[in-house]
Design a protein around this ligand. Sequence first.
Ligand code: KIV
Length: 271
Amino acid sequence: MSSHSDKNLVTLATLKKMKKDGDKFTCLTSYEATMTSKICDAGVDVVLVGDSLGMVVQGHDSTLPVTMDQLIYHLECVVKGNKGAHIMADMPFMSYATDDMGFENATRLMQAGANSVKIEGGEWISKMASMLSDRGIPICAHMGLTPQTINRIGGNFVQGRDPTKRELIINEAKSLEIAGAAMLLLECVPDSLTKEIMSELKIPVIGIGAGPSTDGQVMVIHDLLGISCLDKLPKFVKDYMKDSNSIQDALKNYVKEVKENKFPAKEHTFF
Ligand code: KIV
């Protein structure tokens, strides 16, 4: 498994080509320089500076308290450790409440070293996706279970099981692609819904709890290393330290299993 050595080696074009060639790509969250460097050594394609940092680094019980300044601090640390992965940065809760705020805050993330920004939402973010894309900012639209709306959803439930919500997610994904979203991230949706979305879209799709059909997989680094603070791990998580002798081995095994289509397996997938 090769590792990346040049800065910004993995671009959006690389991910699109991987999709076209049927090569699975890998993504892991990171919030600091050293872990980012180790993640890159393992050959991970995309590093996500996720607002999950609110939970796994700051100890909150949701992602809502994370601010733009905090996200930028962690992004800057990640940029220093990066050896060529594509860096995606999360837009924190309320940082894109209006199109103007989205424009200003996405610009800050790109100027701090992000290669793309991730925004949670459906149809309502399509105008912003189009505006940012037109101005050179690639957007990854995060759909399915969107942790920033946890208070409205009422819990970490699988999304899109009922036909109305399923139809809505499919239609919103299609209109986000038309609006200019460069990527889609699907969280906690049934395998059959993922498959239907995959058959409709041309842009690369990343999954977490969305089954094996997506072009790429993402996991929170703490979950992969088995150091989650949760009493019960979500079904889609695999603790790679269980069968590895070192952190580097665990990272490499994750990359290998995603590329070989062994992760996620049936036991990590919602049906
Ligand atoms: O913030 C994050 O880590 C995420 C992943 C769960 C996809 O959005």
